[in-house]
Design a protein around this ligand. Structure first.
Ligand code: IMP
Length: 430
């Protein structure tokens, strides 16, 4: 299985970082292909917590080369801080270990300022973005007004273009009652960032093409989740990139027939941050239980995540949209101790039973989840080493999900550490 894409099947925060980290043991390359520092993965290694936003999860494995593809929007300040943090921890982060696409777009200070100003002005209509400038940066990319990382390494051209663009951005910022941005400050900072990052910049597409020809194992690490996809998510409460597996091709520059398999990550319950529809949301004690036990607070913004029961209608849609052929279930241990566990298997919409998510926000707001109720289990499952040793009720829960989705589980994560994971099948070893 040389090229594998790992994507989230819900609204992000499915625990992809942990799954990618476990799979990376066998991978030669780990590639990010969309999103930016709106994502965040927490990894626990030797009881020490690390949070990263841009650098792919594979950075901790000595044999893995980490790649940031052209589809990622890069805040150079954040990236440089992450590189420096890793270096201070004694890790090697040179251009043999980390490669960055020269075509990746740069998040500029006005992107962050606009993101924040718009959210502030929108009040009740806000999206609940991470305010990291992601949307405005992708807007400029599509409008052909963006700066790619390579552009920062040509100061003279950068200078002229920046002057022109700042006029327009400052006009907008004034309209939004936000502070304007000074040319000198941005120019000096960003040309320095360009110098710092230059050794890492390369044609990532070419590197991946050669790697694939040599039979190297490549893992594409999706950020956010299926229902935050700009086209197929709960629009407009979505992020500004295509989060689906298909975008691994465009966002890294590898053709679709080079992808061998897609693995979907499903959290044993559902969470979302920010605004937007969430049919199985629980605003009760069980929701609090999931939030507290699952430590469901955003790793980027620290915001409490909204929590609810597992919604299989959503996950089955994600299976279809991404061509998912294998699943990894995460945070199963968080359900331990609950008397009963519910799984949403359909919705009721205006008296009818439906098994799909409608496109309209108005229709989404009227959905009533239809649940299948299963028995819970009391036992703490975190330290179980073999699938057979899981409680019978846990196995019933897993079987119910597998049968509904018609996709097998390859990995089951039962705790935060690398070791707390039952690997039923490793997609890199077939
Ligand atoms: P943006 O990506 O910052 O523009 O935010 C748009 C929406 O996506 C908001 O609801 C965010 O909370 C959500 N979002 C962005 N990144 C993540 C993520 O990594 N996990 C979960 N939600 C995210």
């Amino acid at each position: 299985m040389p090229a594998l894409v790992v994507v989230g099947t819900q609204w992000g925060d499915e625990g992809k970082g942990k799954i990618v980290d476990v799979l990376t043991e066998k991978a030669d390359f780990v590639v990010r292909f969309q999103g930016g520092n709106n994502a965040g993965h927490t990894l626990v290694i030797n009881q020490k917590k690390y949070i990263f936003h841009l650098i792919p999860s594979g950075i901790f494995w000595p044999q893995t080369v980490c790649i940031i593809g052209n589809g990622v929007v890069v805040d150079p300040e954040v990236l440089i801080n992450e590189i420096e943090k890793l270096k201070n921890e004694g890790l090697k982060v040179d251009s043999t270990k980390l490669l960055i696409s020269e075509k990746a777009h740069t998040i500029m200070p006005y992107h962050k300022a606009l993101d924040m100003a718009r959210e502030k002005k929108a009040k009740q209509d806000k999206i609940g973005t991470t305010c990291r400038g992601i949307g405005p940066c992708y807007e400029d990319k599509v409008a052909r007004k963006g700066f790619r990382l390579i552009d920062l390494t040509y100061p003279e051209i950068f200078k002229e273009k920046l002057k022109a663009i700042l006029e327009e951005k400052n006009f907008l910022l004034k309209y939004l009652d936000a502070d304007t941005i000074e040319f000198e400050d941005v120019y000096n900072k960003y040309t320095k960032y360009g110098e710092y990052l230059k050794p890492y910049l390369t044609d990532v597409s070419l590197v991946l093409w050669k790697a694939k020809k040599e039979g190297k194992k490549i893992l594409f690490e999706g950020a956010q989740g299926t229902f935050l996809d700009i086209d197929h998510g709960t629009y407009p409460y979505v992020t500004s990139s295509n989060t689906l597996a298909g975008n691994a091709c465009c966002g890294a520059g590898l053709g679709p027939s080079e992808i061998d398999m897609v693995l979907g990550v499903v959290k044993a319950y559902t969470t979302r941050v920010g605004e937007g529809p969430f049919p199985t949301e629980l605003k009760d004690e069980i929701g609090n239980h999931l939030r507290d036990r699952g430590n469901e607070f955003g790793s980027t913004t620290g915001r409490p995540r909204r929590c609810g029961w597992l919604d299989l209608v959503l996950v089955k849609t994600a299976v279809r949209l991404n061509s998912i052929k294998a699943l990894a279930l995460t945070k199963l241990d968080i359900l331990s101790g609950l008397e009963k566990i519910k799984i949403c298997v359909a919705y009721e919409y205006e008296g009818k039973i439906i098994d799909y998510l409608p496109a309209s926000l108005i229709e989404m707001s009227k959905l009533k989840p239809i649940y299948k109720e299963l028995p819970g289990w009391k036992k703490d499952i975190k330290n179980i080493k073999k699938f057979e040793d899981l409680p019978e009720e846990t196995k019933i829960y897993l079987k119910t999900i597998e049968e509904y989705l018609e996709v097998p589980f390859y990995l089951i994560s039962i705790g935060p550490e690398r070791e707390n994971c039952l690997i039923l099948k490793n997609p890199f070893e077939n």
